[in-house]
Design a protein around this ligand. Structure first.
Ligand code: PMM
Length: 287
């Protein structure tokens, strides 16, 4: 099927001919769907190992919540949360990535065994990030981003959201290339829910082909997000609760895989593992 892949993947992932499933492991007290879940690093490691056992290709470890309104955490606190977890996953043979906007956390996480840096600010939050990524020579997720969680809701204004996200992502990618990041290491992500209202997210999902046409592997993070909950509101108008959004997330994983994305980032791994296989067969027209 020849889905695009960044360079620098662990050997076990190189030959995988379907969209990858990334398991979310937030070691935070306040993430919107899974905050406060672990009381020790070992609990978090065990959960990551179990997600891998369910078929996650790798585990994305984050120590700073990015839910709308979230306050920043210090670099020290972030590293205290994530580094032992990454080291533990690495020791258990589970590939991991680090979800961080801090260059020093990216470097420390890679030293602890992470093979990819997932930066939801796409290089915009920490002026040192792009140089560090260029030095580390790891795959790097550049996500479309307009501002921090405390302010991003007020930044969700677009004329043509697809064109503007592509154009702004292009600027972020150009900055990464100018800093020496290899073109082949870059993954792009439209940043669903980040400075985007529900219909902005749906418009982007309706145009995944335009993201693919950039030539970069595409990552989609829709899992359990509010735009799913609001679409599936009950007749009394109440938004579908976060823990009842996994079937809908699986549907998005199938459709994203059918559109040829490189990876989906999800909380419910087992459902999306099935979903990307369905989407892959749909795309190929054969099993
Ligand atoms: N979303 C969240 C966190 N990290 N990373 C990428 N690349 N793309 C996303 O859409 C994304 C992300 C927020 O969701 P969470 O709090 O459930 O992790």
């Amino acid at each position: 099927m020849n889905l695009r892949q960044p360079t620098g993947l662990p050997a076990a992932l190189l030959g995988v001919d379907r969209s990858l499933v990334i398991g979310v492991l937030n070691v935070t007290p306040d993430s919107f769907s899974d905050g406060g879940k672990f009381s020790t690093a070992q609990d978090a490691i065990d959960f990551g190992v179990s997600l891998h056992g369910q078929g996650a290709d790798f585990i994305d470890v984050g120590g700073e919540s990015t839910r709308p309104g979230a306050e920043r955490v210090s670099v020290g606190e972030e590293q205290h949360r994530v580094l032992d977890v990454i080291a533990g996953l690495t020791a258990a043979g589970v590939p991991s990535s680090i979800d961080t906007m801090h260059a020093s956390t990216a470097a420390a996480a890679v030293a602890a065994g992470a093979f990819l840096v997932n930066d939801v600010s796409g290089g915009l939050a920490d002026p040192g990030m792009l140089e560090v990524i260029a030095e580390l020579e790891v795959p790097y997720v550049v996500m479309h981003w307009r501002g921090h969680s405390t302010q991003m809701n007020s930044m969700a204004t677009y004329g043509d959201v697809v064109a503007e996200v592509l154009q702004e992502l292009g600027t972020q990618v150009d900055a990464a290339l100018a800093a020496g990041v290899s073109r082949d290491a870059i993954v792009i992500d439209p940043g669903l829910g980040f400075a985007k209202e529900a219909d902005h997210n749906w418009a982007i999902l309706n145009h995944l082909q335009a993201l693919n046409e950039t030539g970069y592997p595409v990552l989609i993070g829709a899992s359990r997000k509010r735009f799913i909950g609001s679409l599936l509101s009950a007749s009394d108008g109440s938004v579908r609760p976060v823990d009842e959004r996994d079937v809908a997330t699986d549907a998005i994983s199938a459709l994203a895989a059918a559109a040829g994305v490189w990876a989906v980032r999800v909380h419910d791994v087992a459902g999306s593992v099935d979903a990307v296989r369905i989407g892959g067969a749909w795309r190929r027209g054969k099993s």
